[in-house]
Every structure is written in C-alpha cells, then in structure tokens.
Design a protein around this ligand. Structure first.
Ligand code: HEM
Length: 742
C-alpha cells in the first residue's frame, strides 16, 4: 500500500527567519501551496472521498457523524469577514523603500538614515465609498496606504491620492461617510457620490469646498494606481536625535507620470472591466514593470508654524509647492504581487498611529480622531485584539510585551510574569531608553482651555478651493465643470443643487455660472450666500460662517495634472490596441509590433474573433482580444494597420467603427496606415483626408519609422486634450438661438 507522504519540514510555524529584515521570508513561515500534498482535514487526517457525504445508503439521508463534511461546510460558512467600513475595495502589492540620503538632520527614524538599507513595504490602494466588489473606476478619492516594516517597528503612512480632506474634525467623519455611501432606504447608488445625500451634506458644509474641487477634478479618475500621486494629508512631525522637531507633509510622486481617464471612459470601463486598476497593477508587476514612486517631503521649521495664511493643523488645506518645495528623499518600488488576496490585501490593517521613533503627530483634529478609529474598527473587522499577529501585519522588529490572551492568540508567551515591574521575570521585557530606540513622544508645550472649538484660520474655506481652480488649465477647468454638472445633475432635490451653486460661487463665479448653466439654473442663484449649517446647538450661526483671510495665493502649477510636469510620461507599459482582421498588411504589422515592443509598450491584437489572424502574406498572428471582449476604453491608443481585406471587414463592423471613434472621442492617440484610412473616414474621425490634430496619425502610404515616431510621441502626451474642446458641444458657451423669420 502507498504510504502517505508526510513532509519533513513543516511550512507553517517554522522558526523566525534569520534575516529579520526580509518580510517575504517572514511571510513564508505561513505560506503553503498544497503542491504534491495529500488532501487533509484541518486536523491533518487524510481525506479519502471529497465527492460524497456519508449517507445511510446511497439514496439515504446524510449522517451527522460526517466530520469531514461538517468541518468543510462550517469553515466555508465562516469565510467572510466584515468589509472595511470605508476603503473596502482595494488592491495590494509588496515592495521596498530606499532613502537617497540620510535624513538625520530632521528625523532619527532608522529607515530614513541609510541609503543602503531596503525597508520592506506593503501598499494597499483603494477607493473609499464602494463596497468590496464595486468598480475600480468610481469618481472617488483613492487610498494610498503604505506599511513600512522597519527595524524599529511598523510605520504606516495611511494617505490618499488627494492632499486635503472633506472635513476638519474627525467627529464629522461618520456623517460624511453616511452621506456618501449608498442611501440607506434603497442602498443606491453603489460607489458613487452623485446622489442627494452626499450633496445635501456637502452643500451645508462649506469646509468641504476645497476637497470637492479635487474630487470633481481628473484626480478622482486616475488612469492607473501606478500613475497617481499620494499624500499623507495631515501635517506630521519629524523629530531628530536631539529632540528637535519640524513639521512635515508627505508626498508620493509616480515615476510613470500622473495621468487620468476621461469620465465617459471611466463609466464605460466600469462595465467592460470593473477590475481595471487592480488588473493593471497586478499585470504590471507580473510583467516585471515594477511601479515606482518617489517619497517627497515638505519640511517646515517649528518656528514657522504660524507664517502661513492657513493653519498647518487644518486637513482641508495644503502647503502649495510654490511656498514650500517638495524634496524627494527616497523611492518606493512595488515588485511582488500578493500570493493570496484575503490573507494579505484584505487582512492588512493600516493605522496612522503606527509610528516609529523620529515620526510623531500634530494636533490636527482629523488626525487625532483617526488615531482612535483604526484600531477600533479593526478589532471588529479582524475579530479581536491579536490582529497584529496576522502575518501581513506582523512587525519584523521583535515584539515583546505583557499583553496576553484574547481570540486567536498565536504567540506562546513563556514567562510567568505578565506584568511590569516584575522580579520573577528578571524585570523583562524592560523599557527601552531613547538611545535604544525607545519611542519618546515629542514634548510639545501646550497651555490651553478645554473647548470644543477650531482655530480662526480654519474658517477660510474658499481661498484654497479657488487656488486649485485657478491653477488648472482650461481643459481641466472644463472637466471640473462637467463633473459638477454630472454629479449635481443626478441630484433630485432642486434646493440641494441650488445650494451647491452658491458654494461654488464663493470658489469662483465663473465656475458657478458654468455649472448653473449646465443645470439649467438661473445665474441669479449665484447671488445667494451659502450657509454653514455645521453649528453647535448653542453656537451663534454668524460665528461659524466662512471668512476669507485676504492673502493672495499664487496659482501653483503642481495642482494641475497638465502643468505639474508629471503629465508627460513614457509609453512604457502603455496598452496599444492593434485593430486588425485577416488580410492585414505585413509590413505595417511587423514595424508596429517591433516599435511598440522596443518602446516598452504592450501591443494587443484586437480582431473580430479570437484565435489567430492570417496576414496578407499568410503569417499567423495571435489575437489577444475579440471586438466582443475588448473595447477601446481599455487601451491608451489604437493603431489600425493597412491591408485591403482586413480594412474592408473592419469598416463593415459597427463595433470596429465605434472602437476607433471612441478612442478619438476620448482624446487618445490613434493611427491608421494604408487602406485603414478608410476605416477612420467611416468612423467619422476624418473629414476627407484632413487630419484633425497631431494625435491622429494617418498615412495612406503605409507605415514608416517616421509615422511610428509620431504615434509614439502622441501616446507619450497621454491625451490630446485640445481635441475635446472641438468635440464637446456642452462645453461651448451657450449662444441665444437665432429666430427664424416668419
Ligand atoms: C486625511 C483623512 C483620511 C485619510 C487620508 C484616510 C485614509 C484611509 C485609507 C487609505 C484607508 C484604507 C486603509 C487600507 O487600505 O486598509 C482608510 C481606512 C479607514 N479610515 Fe481613513 N482616512 C482619513 C480619514 C479618516 C477619518 C477622519 C476616519 C475616522 C475618524 C477614518 C477612518 C477609517 C476607517 C475606519 C478605515 C477602515 C480601516 C480598516 O478597516 O482597516 N479615516 N483610511
């Protein structure tokens, strides 16, 4: 009889890795693949029949005795845990962080000292409002949470892809989230802010005006997690070894540039591939195209705390980069996909309160509330107080304390003394002096009266919202206007729309007028004053109304995607659809595939059906997607090679014509060579043989090096935004209709 194979070295619970700084090795202690192994119960008993329950006869009832069935079903019945109350939808990746130069002058954090040191990280990107299974493409803030497994403990930088927030005080967070989540009576809409309760709340909370501008901008529909900025949002503190502190704002700058989608495109991707961002991240890492970001810091000396026309403790304000430049101090590389989504991406528990010596908090009232909220919610979500022992959350710095027991405790603490001070345990574990990396809270001097109030500067709700608007290019302003028209257009209660327009009027009268016009509202609405209804019961409403600090803020190019200098990237990793059918031109196809591959782009063949297509010269080319399974919204650019038979087939197909037209409509680079120019004409992209703009590359002669370099240059620019202006009637100023004479 064949003997059951019993592994000599158990994969689970092997001793702590020798290289303590290798998180991957640490995770391997709990990793198993089942490859080559016998199927067993959770008790290790080998299972002989996984196809039938134990029954009283082949047609009889199931027997309670069937421990194999009971265990399997019971485990299955308990597989789900609560999703995160916010940021439920996310995707994660492993990687590492390296600092460029020692940051000793500002902070003693050990992971920011040695350029030779690689600190392991786990990053989770997310949307905020949608459920776990919702679309990646919602107009929403993206979470950008980074867990650094440093040798002095875990540091979590739990940020977003926007540098400000909706509210100033954490006590309003449940209100904000209740307003944005699906409405409670019918649980509609999923993953969308375009509904009454959200705008009802926002229209009564002028402090959210700045964040709303970011949310209505293209930042809320990133092309990829790999192509967006990240921000720590709050002002934190750096503290150096001498105990000297400075204020710090954290930034992440994407090395692939910053790019966004078009709203119409985002909505369509939600149907075609709701996992678009998750897939993009996963595939890039699997293909060895590791996403990279630089860590930036804005440092403000403690003595300069009050020199700004805004309060550094107010999370609805940013420090413009033209006031305090961002210094790039290190890089983050994401180079490994998780092995198991649940074990890693779902169970990871971030917390802004996970800090290491050298990093400390400020009194930002939003941050202070967050310091309570995360552990509290994780106690429920992860089922008890021992979630720090879950492998993805486990520190690589050793953990020793007198905390004991609780649900699912893994650690077997040997000492008899679970208290401190003790003599029975030799006084261990003992406290660490500051010179031994013991955490010492920054000694901030505070002399105050206990009050429920905010400082005066917090009430300037519009200056930075205006700064943001004024820093945008015209096309970005158009997108903001359209976004407001869309969102408020979905609002059913007219008073809410009107209240919002009055708020927008405080941001910028031109913005308010254009939004009012799109909503069919009279511009007289803009004359009304918005009201802050977020007033304590005994507060005087007048004391709580917005007031501007009259200090001009100069438009800051970094606030605009187009002006930031981060817009123009490379074609690396960009997905190009090669739309073709049987009989396509060999020379065009060869040159195209060679050039795109050499540039690091991904060329994907899209054809009327799957399988292989035959070129004019009879070569077989693998088809990646059919017109049924793909759509131009899933690509950055489209190229149609020539070949009479191929082009004739495509021109007949409305899906192919739509493919080309949609790419054109979304301002993408599109190119056609040889007879493919006819498809462009049939799709309505070309009027005769006139090319509308630089990003429409056509050549009746067939492809050439020169054509390819024009196409690549157009992809590098990401989109030709100017084209949109000519296409969108809704963005043209309304002119009075001319009366027909009787
Ligand atoms: C600047 C403002 C904020 C930022 C940047 C932010 C960022 C984030 C991010 C990135 C996550 C997802 C973490 C993950 O991927 O697991 C998250 C989750 C969460 N946030 Fe915030 N948040 C902010 C404000 C707040 C506030 C004010 C509260 C409450 C007072 C709060 C409560 C939560 C909760 C409860 C979760 C779910 C955590 C979990 O279940 O693991 N957040 N937040």
């Amino acid at each position: 009889m064949k003997k059951r194979i019993v592994k000599k070295v158990p994969e689970i619970n092997v001793p702590v890795p020798t290289n303590k700084e290798d998180k991957h090795e640490d995770l391997l202690r709990n990793t198993e693949s089942g490859l080559g192994e016998t199927l067993t119960t959770n008790q290790g008993t080998a299972i002989n029949d996984n196809q039938n329950t134990l029954k009283a006869g082949p047609r009889g009832p199931a027997l309670l005795e069937d421990f194999i069935f009971r265990e399997k079903i019971t485990h299955f019945d308990h597989e789900r845990i609560p999703e995160r109350v916010v940021h439920a939808r996310g995707a994660g990746a492993h990687g590492y962080f390296e600092v460029y130069e020692p940051m000793t002058e500002h902070t003693k954090a050990s992971f920011l000292q040695n350029p030779k040191k690689r600190t392991p990280v786990f990053v989770r990107f997310s949307t905020v409002a949608g459920s776990r299974g919702s679309t990646d493409l919602a107009r929403d803030v993206r979470g950008f949470a980074v867990k650094f497994y440093t040798d002095e403990g875990v540091f979590d930088l739990v940020g977003n892809n926007m540098p400000v927030f909706f509210i100033q005080d954490a006590v309003k967070f449940p209100d904000l989230i209740h307003a944005v989540k699906p409405e409670p009576h019918n649980e509609i809409p999923q993953a969308a802010s375009a509904h009454d309760t959200f705008w009802d709340f926002i229209s009564l909370m002028p402090e959210s005006a700045h964040m709303i501008m970011w949310l209505m901008s293209d930042r809320a529909i990133p092309r990829s997690f790999r192509m967006m900025e990240g921000f720590g949002v709050h002002t934190f503190r750096f503290v150096n070894a001498d105990g000297v502190s400075s204020f710090v704002k954290f930034h992440w700058k994407p090395m692939l540039g910053m790019h966004s989608l078009v709203w119409d495109e985002a909505q369509k991707i939600s149907g075609k591939d709701p996992d678009y961002h998750r897939r993009d991240l996963y595939e890039a890492i699997a293909n060895g195209e590791y996403p990279e970001y630089e860590l930036g810091v804005q440092i403000v000396a403690e003595k300069d705390e009050h020199v700004f026309p805004f309060d550094l403790l107010d999370a609805t304000k940013l420090i413009p980069e033209n006031m305090v430049p961002v210094q790039r101090i290190g890089r983050l590389v994401l180079d490994r996909n998780p092995d198991n989504f649940f074990a890693e991406t779902e169970q990871v528990a971030f917390h802004p309160g996970h800090v290491v010596p050298g990093i400390d908090f400020t009194n930002d009232p939003l941050l202070q509330g967050r310091l309570f909220s995360y552990t509290d919610t994780q106690l429920l979500r992860l089922g008890g107080p021992n979630f720090h022992e879950i492998p993805i959350n486990r520190s690589i710095a050793p953990v020793h304390n007198n905390q004991r027991d609780g649900h699912m405790r893994q650690t077997i603490n040997k000492s008899r003394a679970a208290y401190e001070p003790n003599s029975l345990g030799g006084g261990c574990p003992f406290q660490a002096g500051a010179d031994m990396a013991g955490f010492v809270s920054y000694m901030e001097k505070i002399s105050a009266t206990k009050v429920r109030e905010r400082s005066e500067k917090f009430f300037d709700h519009f200056s930075q919202a205006r700064l943001f608007y004024e820093s945008q290019t015209d096309i970005e302003k158009d997108h903001i206007v359209s976004a407001f028209r869309f969102e408020l257009g979905k609002v059913e209660v007219p008073e809410i729309r009107e209240r919002m327009v009055t708020i927008l009027n405080q941001v910028h009268p031109q913005l308010a007028e254009r939004v009012a016009e799109g909503l069919g509202l009279s511009s007289a609405i803009t004359l009304l004053k918005p009201l802050n209804r977020s007033v304590p019961a005994d507060g005087k409403p007048a004391d709580f109304q917005p007031r501007e600090i009259k200090k001009m803020l100069k438009p800051s190019p970094e606030l605009s995607i187009v002006r930031s200098g981060l817009e123009h990237g490379s074609v690396r990793t960009r997905k190009v659809a090669v739309l073709a059918a049987d009989g396509c031109d060999d020379t065009d196809m060869d040159l195209l595939l060679r050039t795109l591959t050499a540039a690091g782009a991904q060329a994907k063949i899209v054809a009327p059906r799957l399988g292989y297509l035959q070129t004019e010269e009879g070569k077989s080319v693998k088809i990646h997607f059919s017109l049924l399974t793909a759509s131009s919204v899933l690509f950055d650019a489209v190229y149609v090679p020539g070949g009479d038979q191929s082009v004739a087939l495509l021109t007949k197909d409305p899906c192919a014509r739509e493919f080309v037209f949609e790419a054109y409509k979304h301002a993408k680079a599109i190119a056609a060579s040889g007879s493919a120019v006819q498809l462009f004409q049939a799709a309505g992209v070309l009027n005769g043989s006139n090319t509308p703009d630089d990003a429409v590359v056509v050549t009746e002669k067939g492809s050439s090096e020169e054509v390819m370099s024009r196409f690549i240059a157009a992809i590098e620019k990401h989109r030709n935004w100017e084209r949109e202006k000519t296409l969108r009637v809704d963005l043209q100023p309304v002119s009075a209709p001319t009366r027909k004479s009787a």
